[in-house]
Ligand binder design. Sequence first.
Ligand SMILES: [Zn+2]
Length: 152
Amino acid sequence: MTQNIDGLHWRAGSREIIELHGNINRKRCFDCGEYARSWDEDGEIPPPCALCGGMLRPDVIWMGEGLPQHLLRLAYHAAEQAHVFFSIGASADVAPAAALPLIAKRAGAHVIAISDEEHTQTLLADIWLRGRVNDILPALTEQIMQRGSSIL
Ligand SMILES: [Zn+2]
């Protein structure tokens, strides 16, 4: 689950991603919600939807919009199924994403927060790895690769 919209997780090779705030690289129709395969830069601005003629927009959540309910359901389900839940680099102060670590913990997961600042997520976590994500994640990955999954 991510709140990033830049497709970073895709570029890193992850494939089972719940992009709660969408992806700036996708386009969809304001009216019918269909995804568009292309964004024609030469014609009408914004380009019309090929299906209904509505306006296309970037597939991201804008200020004041709610998160897509189907993605929230997927995220809640994933949190409930987790054995280990990493809260990485997010203070998660904004609902509804802020509830995901709590949902995981209530369902029995071990919650691990990685952050250089104390906040709600670090307080509820079973383990707080304090520091910069850019320092901790590579070190954690190296430990896992050396020792295998038995360290978790
Ligand atoms: Zn449409």
